[in-house]
Structures are given as structure tokens and as C-alpha cells.
Design a protein around this ligand. Structure first.
Ligand SMILES: O=C(CO)[C@@H](O)[C@H](O)COP(=O)(O)O
Length: 228
């Protein structure tokens, strides 16, 4: 049975100068979880935010789950810091770990939910021997590093394959998709098997407009598309 849909605004596209307020607004508008992109200018060609910002959001009063997507290599050293900072999910790329099984166990041992992230050209076979140690499978529908890119259509078939693997496992594993997700394709992405939808520019937009009601209407529109 499919888990309830979760909408996860990617704060990469938020106004960082007003981050707490931006997160409050998207959550008040009906978003379910906060997607938190960590880039190290090494694994990906961009540099973003770390555990201090995650902790600051918790101190600000954010109680919603925080879904930390680590685009960081090597990855293990930073995991305890994010757990201490209040991360709920911690996901990482298999290419960024020398010992995938160990990294997944480390995340769970730190009290967080663990996930593996698949770039568009990364094989789902990385799941083969670790399915029982995974709480989330995240399929990138763009190459990681930047917001505002276009959804790669081949992701639809990969989502169908991942959905089959998850259903066959009988385990409670979320299937998240990230990159180019907007109100006009979210319905088709759900139909392909996703249950967790990351959207950055699709929710925050490019204009960095501070009108919070904009978030109400876009998240409502996404919910309507998901309910079709
Ligand atoms: O991890 C990433 C990019 O590497 C994403 O979370 C982006 O932030 C998604 O942005 P949009 O494609 O939705 O604008």
C-alpha cells in the first residue's frame, strides 16, 4: 500500500536571508517536510549549508521532519553532526561512501532515518543487499548541484522500477523524487510510483517574492494534482 504523499519544499530555492520565515510559511501553507540540501563544492559543484543551519531551524521552532540530502564526499564524518542538529532523514549518494552498509547503519545508530540517493545515471542495484537498512530511496530527476533544472524524463521508468523493488520488499520505504518537480508534472510522477515530492523552484519560485499566500496556492495546486 502506498504511503501518504509528502510535499517537501527544497530550501535551496528559499530566500536564505529570511530562512526561518520562509520555512514557517511553506509549512503553514501545508508542506509536510523540509528538504535540506547540503553541497560541499567537491562531490557537487556548489556550496550550501551545514549542521549549524539545521540546528538554527530547530531553535527557530521548526518541528516538521527535516530531510537532509547530503551531496558530500566523504560522507560519514558529517552524519553525527546532522543527527545532533535535528535531522530526521539523512540521505547520501552511494558514490560518496566507501562502505554503504556501514554508512546506512551509522545514520540509524545516530537515531535518524536513512536513505540512499540515486543520480540519473546511478543504478538501482546499489539497493540489492541493503534494502532492509533503508527508510528512503531518493531518485534524482536532475543531476545534483543546482535548483531550477528540468526534470529528466527517463526518471519515470526508474521510478516504476524502484516502486516494484520497494513493494516486493514488503518494507516501509519512502520513494522520493527530486529535481524539476512542479505542479504540472507532480501527478504523473506520483503515478510512476513516488510518494515524496521535493520541489524547490516549483514552490519558492525565482522571484524570492515574500508573499506567503503564494505558497498556499502552489501547495494547494500540487495537492489537487496528487489527489486526481
Ligand atoms: O538536490 C537538489 C539539486 O541538487 C534539489 O533539491 C533542488 O533544490 C531541486 O530544485 P528544483 O529542481 O525543484 O528547483
Amino acid at each position: 500500500m502506498m504511503a501518504p504523499d509528502l510535499i517537501a519544499p527544497s530550501i535551496l530555492s528559499a530566500d536564505f536571508a529570511r530562512l526561518g520565515e520562509e520555512v514557517d510559511h511553506v509549512l503553514a501553507a501545508g508542506a509536510d517536510i523540509v528538504h535540506f540540501d547540503v553541497m560541499d563544492n567537491h562531490y557537487v559543484p556548489n556550496l550550501t549549508i551545514g549542521p549549524l543551519v539545521c540546528e538554527a531551524l530547530r531553535k527557530h521552532g521548526v518541528t516538521a521532519p527535516i530531510d537532509v540530502h547530503l551531496m558530500v564526499k566523504p560522507v560519514d564524518r558529517i552524519i553525527p553532526d546532522f543527527a545532533a542538529a535535528g535531522a530526521t532523514y539523512i540521505t547520501f549518494h552511494p558514490e560518496a561512501s566507501e562502505h554503504i552498509d556501514r554508512t546506512l547503519q551509522l545514520i540509524r545508530n545516530e537515531g535518524c532515518k536513512a536513505g540512499l540517493v540515486f543520480n540519473p545515471a546511478t543504478s538501482l542495484s546499489y539497493l540489492d543487499y541493503v534494502m532492509d537498512k533503508v527508510d528512503m530511496v531518493l531518485l534524482m530527476s536532475v543531476n545534483p548541484g543546482f535548483g531550477g533544472q528540468s526534470f529528466i524524463p527517463e526518471t519515470m521508468e526508474k521510478l516504476r522500477q524502484a516502486r516494484k523493488l520497494i513493494d516486493a520488499s514488503g518494507l516501509e520505504i519512502r520513494l522520493e523524487v527530486d529535481g524539476g518537480v512542479k505542479a504540472d508534472n507532480i501527478g504523473a510522477i506520483k503515478a510512476a510510483g513516488a510518494d515524496t515530492f521535493v520541489s524547490g523552484s516549483g514552490i519558492f519560485g525565482k522571484g524570492r517574492d515574500s508573499d506567503p499566500h503564494r505558497y498556499d496556492s502552489i501547495i494547494q495546486e500540487m495537492r489537487q494534482e496528487l489527489a486526481r
